[in-house]
Design a protein around this ligand. Structure first.
Ligand code: NAD
Length: 324
């Protein structure tokens, strides 16, 4: 079997290995191909005569599937598989697999990296000490921002799936109350500190709102001028899910007015971020370059699942197929 990885660099920039795939067949890995559907010629050239195509963000369109009937398997190196035309793949009998879970704890931890930055501004204060300000200070301490204690604050978790539930556990450890919103309610997950709530209750009663719904038509733009208007003044919003859940111009306006005290986001509408995106230059806004998923331990887990997915397909008992 010929296996080609179209864009392996972000999963493995060199600190883990591809051995699992190499054992399964003739293996070729490209660091990057393209993220643009229009550049299909390049994608077709790279696929060559492969049987199994592994992609992260390189699009696999109907046109590509039609031009490459030898391809029988597409392994997506991520949870979200919108880069593949799964309906076209199904029609053509091509199995598409994803990695349903590998980074739950990493992403949940990252929510608090953003939140704690707003609470304490550690990097800023450490820099003032490096710059010699503490040594010259008249007082034994100083701070440049209001310092925030999370205990007794309410965090609204929108999307109470794997990551949302893990965020809730960490929040409870900080002494926070959790309002969880999900389209499916599982009352067994409620505790003294974690209660389900409607979306409006979450919006209006939370000090911090953390987004964990997937990007669907129904969730696109859910954080917008009118939902922000329902929120508490000075709310913090953390987005580790998908950029388009938030209407960026509305969040910029809310940050500028102070309605939203902080927006910490690992994702933006168009990635990589466009040079003229105003978010990173907006006050109280911290944007990170989609790294929540990427601690080495999580990437190794992802790699192992990707290899197991292909091995299971080869054995004739495929797992994690998203287009059955
Ligand atoms: P999950 O499927 O376990 O949970 C998603 C939850 O959202 C489900 O419980 C679902 O019922 C709920 N939901 C869906 N539509 C809803 C709606 N309209 N209203 C309310 N609830 C709704 O997924 P997960 O593993 O927790 O991941 C959540 C998201 O995190 C992913 O979709 C992905 O976008 C994002 N993610 C980001 C990174 C990163 O590196 N930043 C890494 C992994 C995942």
């Amino acid at each position: 079997m010929k296996i080609v990885v179209l864009d392996g660099y972000t999963l493995n920039p060199g600190d883990i290995d591809w051995k699992g795939f190499e054992k399964l067949g003739e293996f070729k890995c490209y660091d990057r191909t393209t993220t643009k559907k229009e550049e299909s010629a390049k994608i077709l050239e790279r696929i060559a005569d492969a049987d199994a195509v592994i992609t992260n963000k390189t699009p696999i369109t109907r046109e590509i599937l039609e031009a490459k009937p030898k391809v029988k398997y597409i392994g997506v190196l991520a949870t979200g598989y919108n880069v593949v035309d799964v309906a076209a793949a199904k029609e053509k009998g091509v199995a598409v697999t994803n990695i349903p879970t590998y980074g739950t704890t990493a992403v949940a931890q990252f929510v608090f990296a953003h939140l704690l930055e707003f609470c304490h501004h550690v990097a800023h204060h450490a820099q003032t000490v490096k710059d010699g300000r503490w040594a010259k200070s008249e007082d034994f301490c100083y701070w440049d921002y209001p310092l925030i204690e999370l205990a007794d604050k309410t965090i609204g978790v929108i999307g109470f799936g794997r990551i949302g539930q893990t965020v809730a556990k960490i929040a409870v450890a900080f002494g926070m109350k959790v309002l969880a919103h999900d389209e499916y309610v599982n009352k067994a997950l409620e505790t003294d500190s974690i209660k389900y709530a409607t979306l409006d209750e979450v919006l209006s009663q939370s000090d911090v709102i953390s987004l964990h719904v997937p990007l669907f038509d129904s969730t696109k733009g859910m954080i917008n001028k009118s939902s922000i208007a329902k929120m508490r003044d000075g709310v913090f919003i953390i987005n580790t899910s998908r950029g388009p859940l938030v209407v960026e111009k509305d969040i910029i306006e809310a940050l500028e007015s102070g309605k939203v005290a902080g927006y910490g986001s690992d994702v933006v509408e168009v990635e990589p971020i466009l040079a003229d995106n105003k978010l990173p230059r907006t006050k109280n806004c911290h944007i990170t370059p989609h790294i929540a998923w990427a601690p080495k331990a999580a990437r190794i887990r992802l790699m192992n699942i990707a290899v197991d997915n292909l091995a299971a397909f080869v054995k004739g008992s495929p797992v994690n197929v998203v287009n059955k």
